[in-house]
Design a protein around this ligand. Structure first.
Ligand SMILES: NC(=O)c1ccc[n+]([C@@H]2O[C@H](COP(=O)([O-])OP(=O)(O)OC[C@H]3O[C@@H](n4cnc5c(N)ncnc54)[C@H](OP(=O)(O)O)[C@@H]3O)[C@@H](O)[C@H]2O)c1
Length: 250
């Protein structure tokens, strides 16, 4: 199987690349820092996988198409896309965070869209494939202090849900991956307690196992799935009260 992972230079993406390598797959790596991609590529080879990489900025539509085409030339057509590149910045409304939110829209929304756009024509022509993106439980409801991040992930989850239905008779599966807190460079600077924090290699195993089932939605860990599932059902007045008290970002 040919798996293409964006944001594969660190964190969840790098761990997932090595996990797919361990399972004997061909793994295409995309991110901006080529030296790190080469290191991850060497790890993929070391565990028995076949790597190829192309450095690009996923917010540049033409560059993403070019990078993915280059990888497909080397490894073959993409069977599974994991659009994982993403970032989060604080964006409390009191700080008027227009610039921060624009950056998150570019990366978390446009970057995912461009990555999907790069593999979708080939998958439609072949009548097979699996498209997934790493969204977040943060997209289930608006989190205080993180409106930009929450909204960008809600966009991804909702977009994938629509695409899942659009593509269900075309032989193409679509899965939104919604992790809770994972130990990566993204969360390493968080000053608050992160409940149910999980190592990236464990998250990678859960993702690789879960995607085999083509589940449509993959939310983990279970405790976070239950907690955020419950939060989705709360009326606004109760949600505001509970999350407002628990939030590390006041
Ligand atoms: N960690 C968590 O708790 C958690 C929870 C839920 C969801 N997520 C999501 O999981 C995904 C991966 O995050 P992570 O925690 O693994 O963070 P990370 O270690 O910071 O990884 C982010 C990856 O995205 C790449 N990237 C950033 N900007 C890019 C750009 N413009 N073009 C191409 N690649 C770019 C980075 O590589 P370069 O800098 O080399 O480009 C890096 O490989 C994100 O979408 C994040 O929102 C994370």
């Amino acid at each position: 199987m040919v798996v293409i992972i964006t944001g594969a230079s660190t964190g969840i993406g790098a761990a997932l690349a090595v996990e797919y390598g361990r399972r004997g797959h061909k793994v295409g790596l995309v991110a901006r820092r080529e030296a790190l991609l080469a290191e991850v590529g060497a790890q993929v080879s070391a565990v028995g996988g076949t790597p190829a990489w192309a450095a690009c900025d996923v917010t540049d539509r033409v560059a993403v198409v070019g990078a993915i085409a280059l990888i497909e030339e080397k490894l073959g057509p993409c069977d599974l896309l994991v659009a994982n590149a993403g970032a989060g910045e604080p964006s409390a409304a009191t700080k008027v965070p227009v610039d921060a939110i624009e950056r998150m829209l570019d990366l978390n929304v446009r970057g995912v869209l461009y990555s999907i756009g790069a593999v979708l024509p080939g998958m439609l022509a072949r009548g097979s494939g699996h498209i997934s993106a790493v969204s977040s439980v943060a997209g289930f409801r608006g989190l205080p202090g993180s409106g930009g991040y929450s909204a960008s992930k809600a966009y991804v989850t909702t977009l994938l849900e629509s695409f899942r239905i659009d593509l269900r008779r075309k032989g193409i599966a679509v899965t939104s991956i919604n992790p809770g807190f994972i130990e990566t460079p993204l969360t390493s600077t968080n000053k608050f307690r992160m409940p149910f924090l999980m190592k990236a290699d464990r998250a990678a195993r859960i993702i690789a196992d879960g995607l085999q089932r083509r589940p449509g939605e993959l939310t983990f860990p279970l405790q976070m799935k239950l907690l955020l599932g419950l939060a989705r059902m709360l009326p606004n007045w109760l949600y505001d009260f509970v999350i407002g008290r628990a939030s590390p970002m006041k």
